[in-house]
Ligand binder design. Structure first.
Ligand SMILES: CC(C)(COP(=O)(O)OP(=O)(O)OC[C@H]1O[C@@H](n2cnc3c(N)ncnc32)[C@H](O)[C@@H]1OP(=O)(O)O)[C@@H](O)C(=O)NCCC(=O)NCCS
Length: 167
């Protein structure tokens, strides 16, 4: 697969016809997570995901965009604009954006596609007067860690976990 420097990379709103590509990408990521980390649930059947993705459409406060490289959907990013909160310990006094999923298929990685999706999300957030973008990721996910770090994201809250007799 050529890199975006030779191929045309388009970041665009998802369409109905992207459903199967999005389900396939989500399964790829979920299967990888489940195979990599013992505390991740196995990927559900494709049918179980299809309904959720069918409903996940772009709106004024829902970011659902795909990355298309030479007419093939090779990645997607989903995020939501959240209202400010007055409760909870984390200061979120202004609207913020929460990323639910970012996925680039294995054969298209390290070509700047996730970076392009996140840059597009920055513009989307800024257009809504929003300066804070948050997400949750597995502590062991080195590629994602490097990606976010390179783009200026910093870890804030961290979840610790102990299972049974773990030392
Ligand atoms: C994480 C993921 C989205 C990155 O997508 P990508 O398109 O390959 O990322 P990019 O090419 O835009 O990388 C941008 C920068 O991130 C960092 N990075 C990305 N993947 C990396 C890796 N495997 N190892 C080290 N650094 C990496 C690098 O700094 C990279 O810049 P460089 O290539 O100029 O060095 C992709 O690996 C993926 O889909 N993983 C499975 C799903 C997942 O884990 N999603 C995140 C859940 S929170």
């Amino acid at each position: 697969m050529p890199g975006p420097e030779q191929a045309e990379l388009i970041i665009r709103d998802r369409r109905d016809t992207d459903l199967e590509a999005m389900v396939t990408l989500a399964l790829e990521s979920m299967t990888w997570h489940a195979d990599s980390y013992p505390d991740v649930r196995p990927a559900p059947p494709a049918d179980a995901l299809r309904g959720g993705f069918r409903e996940l459409v772009p709106t004024a406060d829902s970011y659902v965009r795909v990355a298309e490289l030479d007419t093939l959907v090779v990645g997607f990013l989903t995020a939501a604009l959240l209202p400010p909160t007055t409760s909870g310990i984390e200061a979120l006094d202004e609207p913020s954006v929460y990323i639910s999923d970012i996925i680039v298929t294995g054969t298209a990685r390290r070509r700047g596609i996730a970076r392009a999706l996140l840059a597009d999300l920055d513009d989307w957030a800024r257009a809504r007067g929003c300066h804070t973008i948050r997400l949750t990721m597995h502590a062991g996910n080195e590629p994602a860690h490097r990606l976010y770090e390179q783009l200026g994201y910093r870890p804030t809250w961290i979840t610790f976990r102990k299972d049974g007799d773990d030392e």
